[in-house]
Design a protein. Sequence first.
Length: 158
Amino acid sequence: MTAATLAPAVAPAGELDLETRMAMADAAMTVRLDEAALAHAVNTAHLDTPTVPHLPVDTQPAVEQTPVAALLQRARARILRDGWCRDAAHNSGGGMCLAEAIRAEARTHADEGEARLLLRRALGGGDPIPEQNRRLASTAHAAAVLAQAATSAADRGI
């Protein structure tokens, strides 16, 4: 190999290299974006900002909010918001199994215990919650089971 093949390519005199052209294009685009943002701010300054009401994730009618029913509804909302996990307590996307969602939302150990008992009944009893969690078909199915348990908690007044 010769020294000419090892040396970096140099742009001929009068032409700009790629990095310089990219930096110039970036600077020009930044100026254009800043001007557009300023024009937008000036053109919309007289408009009132509408207040958008907060819409809850939960679209089912609220059950009477007893402590355990509220806990199960929060766990349901968490599953709908962050996702459900079938084979582990957590997944990398933030999803959780049913028992972990209850644990995350519980404020007291007593409420957590009651919620787990009602969840197990809503799942049909018998097998432990993790085994029954693996049998669920989807996030919607998991959310429906939590809603059923919340309704049961409200009916029992707990």
